[in-house]
Structure formats: C-alpha cells, structure tokens
Design a protein around this ligand. Structure first.
Ligand SMILES: Cc1cc2nc3c(=O)[nH]c(=O)nc-3n(C[C@H](O)[C@H](O)[C@H](O)COP(=O)(O)OP(=O)(O)OC[C@H]3O[C@@H](n4cnc5c(N)ncnc54)[C@H](O)[C@@H]3O)c2cc1C
Length: 268
C-alpha cells in the first residue's frame, strides 16, 4: 500500500551547534489541521538526489504533538545526502518544502508513566525532547505523575550539548526531572559530569536499588511469564548510535533488567 506523503513547509531553522553542525527545524504540514503522533516516533523524509533517485531517511520528531507542527534535530553527516540536504541553507531556505510520511516507530513511553532513565548521545536527544515536552508541558497538566525521570546525555564537548538551557530550565521547574549531561572529552574548565553515559546509568540504578532495598542483579523473571503480565516500575529508553545503545543494553542486562524494560532506537 502506498504511504501517504505529506508536504512539510519549513517554518524555522536554527543552528544549535556550529561545531557539530547541528540544526533544529520546525515544519508545518499545511494540508493537515493536526499531525498526531506519540512522542518518540519518527518521520520518514523523502527527497530526490542529484541522480534523480528518491532517497528516504528517518528522523525522530524532536517535539511533543502540537497542532500540525513537528520539529527535528539533525546534524550534518559528512558526505551524507539527506542531512546535508536539510542542513544546507541555500538548498532549503525558510518556506521550502520537504515530503514526509509517518509517523512511524515504537520508541514510545510506556503508560502509565513509570520512573524512567532516558539515555542518549548526539541527535538521539531528539525523541527525548519529545518525551520531556509531553511529560512536563509548559502550558498544561504535568503527565509525569511524580515519577523520577533522569535524562543522561552523552557527548564529547560542551559545544555539542544540544538544548542545554531548555533542559536546565526544566530541571529547575520540575524536582522529579534530573538532567545529567556528561562529556567524554571535557575541557579542564568543565565543572559537570565526565565520562560515558554508562557510568551515570550505573550510578542511578545502584542508588535507586539501595534506596528501595533491592538486590542487584535483580532476580530473573520466569521466561514463561506472558508479556501482558510483565509489570515494571522503571524503564530505560536509549537512543543514538548502535555502539552506545548496545553498551547500555549490556550493562542493564548485567543488572538483571528484563529486555522488555529497555526500549531503544538505533540510528545506524
Ligand atoms: C529511527 C531513526 C531515527 C533517526 N533520527 C535522526 C535524528 O533525529 N537526527 C539525525 O540527525 N539523524 C537521525 N537518524 C539518522 C538519519 O536517518 C540518517 O541516517 C542521517 O541523517 C544520515 O543520512 P545522510 O543521507 O546524510 O547520510 P547517508 O548518505 O545515508 O550516509 C553517508 C555516510 O554517513 C554514514 N552515516 C549514516 N548515518 C549516520 C549517522 N546517523 N551518524 C554518522 N554516520 C552516519 C553512512 O555510513 C555513510 O558512510 C535516524 C535514523 C533512524 C533509523
């Protein structure tokens, strides 16, 4: 079945890291009154390359549902077709249009909301921004239900911590939101967390287990338990490149976490 293609008009484009060549985009689908999706889902963007071949790439939606608007966070990949198509201002001035289909994907929050560890690197922050905007809307009731939400964001340098001010402001506004940006190649002047995301996920899991008197690794669940009967009070959501996603999944498996407790999206 042919997928319905929508035309999305570029409404705004902001370079959020010159060094990492990362851009935040807002698009409007004029033909729709609303574009419904679950936070964390992605759109497939379609465009013709220089040889006339149609190219399709997935981009996570970096916002919570809002009328007929969706936002993206895309960084330029060297030699890459689509990321450069989007990032090149002369090719895509304000008012330009792209074709998309979607929403797609299963990288969505479990409901009812539980304590959640959000782990990402680079533009893997995009769906996490969708999650946090939905959980903690500025202009509506809080959907987090008081659950603890940790956002562990890993990158190399301070210049590529995307949306830092936004998440810092959210942390000030919401005591149950914990923002943990960590740098693997921090300058001496950096006063924040250092190292890879795994170290900080370990600390969160261990401290929470100690707080609730739980043993680690947690006791295994009978593999015969039907999926519908599985009930967890914490999930981890991971998004980014495969080597990081695999690393965090392995770490959680060592803590005895059930594989259904770990939801992930890989960009490569
Ligand atoms: C579900 C999903 C959601 C995604 N969401 C986002 C998003 O929100 N923001 C975003 O920027 N990207 C996202 N991506 C990645 C995106 O789909 C493209 O792969 C990326 O923009 C590169 O496409 P390109 O056409 O520029 O490069 P291509 O022409 O496809 O590739 C050029 C070269 O870059 C390498 N490459 C491909 N992808 C990457 C990558 N992600 N990082 C580093 N090297 C790469 C290739 O191996 C190749 O050598 C997502 C991918 C998936 C599967």
């Amino acid at each position: 079945m042919a997928r319905e293609l929508y035309t999305a008009r570029l409404e705004s484009k902001v370079c959020i890291s010159k060094v990492a060549q990362c851009y935040h985009f807002a698009f409007v689908i004029d033909e729709l009154e609303s574009f419904p999706y679950a936070p964390g889902q992605f759109v497939s963007a379609v465009a013709e390359d220089a040889k006339g071949k149609m190219q399709t790439r997935a981009y996570s939606i970096a916002s919570a549902p809002n009328k007929n608007i969706f936002e993206l966070c895309v960084n330029r990949v060297e030699e890459g077709f689509f990321s450069n198509h989007l990032a090149d201002l002369p090719d895509l001035p304000i008012g330009s249009k792209i074709q998309i289909h979607g929403p797609h994907g299963h990288f969505v929050l479990h409901e009812p909301v539980t304590d959640s560890i959000l782990v990402c690197t680079g533009t893997g922050i995009a769906p996490m921004r969708g999650f946090t905007q939905w959980l903690f809307p500025e202009d509506g009731p809080d959907r987090s239900d008081g659950k603890e939400i940790w956002l562990v964001y890993g990158t190399r340098h301070e210049t590529d911590i995307y949306y830092k001010e936004e998440f810092e402001a959210l942390e000030k506004r919401k005591p149950n939101f914990h923002y943990l940006p960590t740098l693997s190649r921090a300058a001496d002047s950096w006063g924040g967390l250092r190292g890879h995301v795994q170290a900080h996920v370990t600390r969160i899991v261990e401290e929470r287990a100690a707080q609730f008197g739980l043993t680690l690794p947690q006791p295994a669940i009978d593999p015969a338990t039907p999926a519908a009967e599985l009930n967890f009070d914490i999930y981890t959501y991971i998004c980014g490149l495969n080597f990081m996603v695999s690393g965090v999944r392995e770490l959680l498996a060592e803590f005895g976490w059930h594989k259904k407790q770990v939801v992930f999206e890989r960009y490569d």
